[in-house]
Write a protein that binds this ligand. Structure first.
Ligand code: FES
Length: 106
């Protein structure tokens, strides 16, 4: 299965298998990745799934929709690489992608 690597702010790496089509937030929850809470269940309402998608993969995912962009404006530790992982679905193009987690989610 395709792999995604989540890296906690302290450097701990979690490489997880993610079925195609599954949200990266759900994959993180399924593998108990610390720092991804997914409090709203993926409704784009909580931002507890915030992560930084490495630059190499930014052009391999759709740009944030309006609701995601608005929520990203209020997250702690924003970055140009910020995304809500509940809004990112696994695809062939994301195989090997790296998501770093913000310090505020430790
Ligand atoms: S899980 Fe709530 S915004 Fe992503």
């Amino acid at each position: 299965m395709p792999l995604i690597t989540f890296i906690e702010h302290n450097g701990t790496e979690h490489s997880v298998d993610v079925p195609l089509g599954q949200s990266l937030m759900q994959a993180a929850l399924n593998h108990s990745v610390p720092g991804i809470l997914g409090d709203c269940g993926g409704c784009c309402a909580c931002a507890t799934c915030h992560g930084y998608l490495d630059a190499d993969w930014q052009d391999k995912v759709p740009a944030p929709a309006d609701d995601e962009r608005e929520l990203l404006e209020v997250v702690l530790d924003p970055s140009v690489e910020s995304r809500l992982t509940c809004q990112l679905s696994m695809s062939e193009a994301l195989i090997g992608a790296v998501i770093r987690l913000p310090e505020s989610q430790t």
